[in-house]
Each structure stands twice: as structure tokens, then as C-alpha cells.
Design a protein around this ligand. Structure first.
Ligand code: FAD
Length: 461
């Protein structure tokens, strides 16, 4: 057991931000003890519930997180909803410091009429559905239409487009949930349009994801040549990664492919396309108002150049028929507890290098610190920065760690009184091995458990 006066830190959330913050703290302070509290019974946040099933290599970070969780000075407590089962004030009583790494669990809404119609989903929920997020299990989207429209052109939008159009043979050996696989196998979606309010030079995806679309078996791209006016001329002034991305779009949109590629495309049964300079103004319903039948888009032009360019309405409007609308215009962090300052305009916790403003002892990392952008590597770096701030404050004495704090002892007693039973990391390993075993039968890396009840049952078996 550890000294009762060791610095005790509580990390809220077990996504990349939580785990990378914990990892750095444990390494930088040989006496620090870190508890990670997680709302769900299972760890890893968006690595489990966001990252696309056909990107297994991205999920290798789980190995590093597992090592951290198994470190003798780190403990995982799943099934603990901070802000509900335990308050931030209580955590501050028990720990010298609390790091908020609870991600961005809300989503930005389009704010247009019709967005509540059946057949309209946020990308967050749609992704949660095919990745087995318990709260999205009931989504069961209707995929019986021909055309789907995705609003937004970031990597999440492209993940969704790819999953909608991938041959089942590719998906069936991933960790996509069985209900999603069954539903996609019956899908009649043939055409996916990925709509952005600005032009090709402002597109928010990265080249890897675009290339995956271009090369997706069984599909052919369908772009609008007019969208690319002036783009070739603008190439030379673009920074290198954006230049390569734009070149790939140009080539896909305008060039006649070689013979082999032409043949491949002519056999394609499914179509995808980027659509530029369009913003949603209304989701249209069928005559009975039962479900989505189309979307009305405003036609924009772009003012200015580069990433800062603005979309300006032209006054022109057009309609696209579709039976599925997925809005992929961004995630959004939510406030967790009245004690924690929250900038509701930027939807982040206001901070300086991870130190929460006007709240000594509170820190933040990950998407709740920066806003919901950036890949896991970005999240890793900003989480290391936060951990460094925290260690600096311990070392300098600006954070008092000299008086003993009870840490998890206090919190587990309190949770027990409230009837909350935390899931430990070895409990998670039981769930994990059941998932892996169930997956093996079907040639999948795992078959995810889909409900909190069953997760808890397996944890306690
Ligand atoms: P999260 O991963 O969301 O973790 C937050 C955790 O906090 C969750 O486990 C949540 O359950 C928990 N939590 C929330 N509220 C509470 C509470 N009240 N109490 C306790 N716990 C709570 N990056 C890549 O590098 N490659 C990819 O291929 C990739 N694909 C992505 C696909 C999608 C659809 C999305 C949305 C993101 C993707 N990313 C990808 C980005 C990557 O997932 C993020 O950079 C990273 O997950 C952010 O980490 P985080 O810890 O801040 O948030």
C-alpha cells in the first residue's frame, strides 16, 4: 500500500484524454496515485465507441491504456457517473486534484425545421449505433431508401459514408455490432452525398479518409465539375497536406481514370459524392409527415480564401430527395457540475494549459479542454500538457499536496452508500474476454456487449 500522504489525483473519463493524462502523471511523479472514473462499465471512450470498425489499427492505443490501467498506482472505476453518482465537490474532498477528461457527449444541431423527423440522425448517434454505444442501441435506422445525405465533410462524415457503402464482406470481419451488420446487409442505400457549406479548398477531412472513399470497392465517385472552378489555380498557394488532399479531389472529380479504374468504376453499384457550397435550410418530409423525404439546401458562395473563408448565401435554393439525413457538423461538450466553470459559447471548460480558470485543484484535458477536434495523437499531446501543468503545480507548491487525502477509500464508501457498484479494470477484462470469445465464432475481433445490464452481469460473474 502507498503512503497516505502521496498526491492523489482523480481523472474523470476513460477516453484517450483520461488515459494519457494518467499515464504521464504516474510517470512524472513516482508517488502519485491516479483513479480514473468512467460513466460506462467499459473503458476507452471514443476509441471503442467512435473510431470506425474498419480502422482496427487505430484501436491499438488500447494496449497502452491497458498497461496504464494495470499500473499499481492506477485504478479504474467504471459505472460511475460523475455529476450524478458523485459530485465534483466530493471528489475535491477526496483528492488533491481532479482532472476533467469527459469528452464531448453532446452534438451540435443543425437548427433547421424538420431535423426531428424520423430518418434524421446525428452522426454521433449513428456512429454510436454501429459501434455498440448502449444509449444508441434502439436507433435501428431505416436504410430502405436509395439516397442518404450527410451534412458535414469531416472525417466522421467520411467514416459514416464508408460504413454505409462498404461491401458487407469488408465489414463482417470487424468489430461492428451484429445488429448493424444485419441492417447494413439489407440496406438499399445506393448513393451517399456528403455536403459542405464551403468549397473544396475548405473541406475538413484528411487525405487518408478521402483516399479510402476513392478506393472503396463497389463504389464510384460522382462529383460536380463546376464546384472545382478555380481550384487548380489555387493549388500552388496551399500548405502541403491541404495541397495533396485537394489534388486528390481534383483528380477524382475531373480526370478521366485509366482503363483499369474505368472498368472498376463501371461495375460499381454504389455512388458517393462530395457536394460543395450548400447549407441545410429545411429537412423535408413525406406528405404524411412520417419521415424524411428530402432536404432543402441553400446555395452559397465563398468569400475570402483559405481556411478562414466564409460561406455567404446567394439566395438560390435547391432540393435533394433522400430518405436518410445524417448531420455530422460536430460534437459538443456539456457542463458536468455547477462547481466547474463552463464556457457555453465555445462549449469547453475555460483553461490555461489545462488549469481550469478560477478553480484551483481542477484541471482538464482532451476534447472538453480543446473542443471536439483532433485525432488521438492531438488529444495525447494536449493531455500530456495538462499533466505537466499539474505536476508543475505539485512541485512548486501552488497545489498543496502536503496534507493527506483519503482518495478512493472515501469515494468507494460513498458510492456503496448510494448503491453504485463500480466496475474495476479486472471486471472489464472479464467483459473483454467474453466479447473476444463471442467474436471468434464469427471471425470478428470481438462481438461487443450491447447493454449496460449485460456488461454489469458479466463484470460480476
Ligand atoms: P472521449 O474519447 O469521448 O472520452 C471521454 C470519456 O468520458 C468517455 O469514456 C465517456 O463515457 C466518459 N464520460 C463522459 N461523461 C462522464 C461522466 N459524467 N462521468 C464519468 N465519465 C464520463 N482519432 C483518430 O486518431 N483516428 C480515428 O480514426 C478517429 N476516429 C474518430 C471517429 C469518430 C466518430 C470520432 C467522434 C472521433 C474519432 N477520432 C479519431 C478522434 C478521437 O476519438 C478523439 O481525439 C479522442 O477520443 C478524444 O478523447 P477524449 O478522452 O477527450 O474524449
Amino acid at each position: 500500500s502507498f503512503s497516505s500522504c502521496s498526491p492523489k489525483v482523480c481523472v474523470v473519463g476513460s477516453g484517450p484524454a483520461g488515459f494519457y493524462t494518467a499515464q504521464h502523471l504516474i510517470k512524472a511523479r513516482q508517488d502519485a496515485e491516479v483513479d480514473i472514473l468512467e460513466r460506462l462499465p467499459v473503458p476507452f471512450g471514443l476509441v471503442r465507441f467512435g473510431v470506425a470498425p474498419d480502422h482496427p489499427e487505430v484501436k491499438n492505443v488500447i494496449n497502452t491504456f491497458t498497461q496504464t490501467a494495470q499500473h499499481p498506482r492506477c485504478s479504474f472505476y467504471g459505472n460511475v457517473n460523475v455529476g450524478k453518482d458523485v459530485s465534483i465537490g466530493e471528489l475535491q474532498q477526496a483528492y488533491h486534484a481532479v482532472v476533467l477528461s469527459y469528452g464531448a457527449e453532446g452534438n451540435r444541431s443543425m437548427g433547421v425545421p424538420g431535423e426531428d423527423l424520423p430518418g434524421v440522425y446525428s452522426a454521433k448517434d449513428f456512429v454510436g449505433w454501429y459501434n455498440g454505444l448502449p444509449s444508441c442501441r434502439e436507433l435501428q435506422p431505416d436504410l430502405s431508401c436509395e439516397t442518404a445525405v450527410i451534412l458535414g465533410q469531416g472525417n466522421v462524415a467520411l467514416d459514416v459514408a464508408r460504413v454505409l457503402l462498404s461491401p458487407i464482406n469488408i465489414l463482417k470481419n470487424t468489430d461492428i455490432t451484429q445488429p448493424a451488420l444485419d441492417s447494413l446487409a439489407k440496406s438499399r442505400i445506393r448513393r451517399v452525398l456528403i455536403v459542405g457549406r464551403r468549397g473544396p479548398v475548405q473541406v475538413a477531412c484528411t487525405i487518408k479518409e478521402l483516399r479510402e472513399m476513392v478506393n472503396l470497392p463497389g463504389t464510384t465517385p460522382e462529383m460536380v465539375a463546376a464546384d472545382f472552378q478555380g481550384v487548380a489555380e489555387a493549388l500552388k498557394d496551399l500548405p502541403r497536406p491541404r495541397k495533396r488532399l485537394t489534388e486528390l479531389m481534383l483528380k477524382t472529380a475531373l480526370e478521366t481514370p485509366g482503363e483499369k479504374e474505368q472498368e472498376r468504376r463501371s461495375k460499381a453499384s454504389r455512388v458517393w459524392g462530395l457536394r460543395f457550397f450548400r447549407s441545410p435550410i429545411e429537412v423535408l418530409s413525406d406528405p404524411g409527415h412520417h419521415k424524411v423525404a428530402g432536404i432543402r439546401l441553400a446555395v452559397n458562395r465563398v468569400e475570402g480564401s483559405g481556411e478562414g473563408a466564409r460561406a455567404v448565401l446567394t439566395g438560390k435554393v435547391e432540393e435533394v430527395s433522400c430518405g436518410l439525413v445524417i448531420s455530422s457538423i460536430g460534437y459538443r461538450s456539456l457542463p458536468i457540475d455547477p462547481l466547474v466553470p463552463f464556457d457555453s459559447h465555445k462549449a469547453i471548460i475555460p483553461n490555461t494549459v489545462g488549469r481550469v480558470h478560477q478553480a484551483p485543484g481542477l484541471y482538464c484535458s482532451g476534447w472538453v479542454k480543446t473542443g471536439p477536434t483532433g485525432v488521438i495523437a492531438t488529444t495525447m499531446n494536449n493531455s500530456f500538457d495538462t499533466a505537466r501543468s499539474l505536476v508543475e503545480d505539485m512541485d512548486s507548491g501552488s497545489l498543496d499536496v502536503s496534507s493527506a487525502k483519503p482518495g478512493s477509500q472515501f469515494i468507494t464508501a460513498l458510492l456503496e452508500n448510494r448503491g453504485v457498484k463500480p466496475v474495476t479494470f479486472s471486471d472489464w477484462e472479464k467483459i473483454n474476454s467474453v466479447e473476444v470469445r463471442r467474436g471468434e465464432v464469427n471471425g470478428k475481433p470481438r462481438e461487443k456487449v450491447l447493454t449496460v445490464e449485460e456488461m454489469l452481469q458479466l463484470a460480476r460473474a
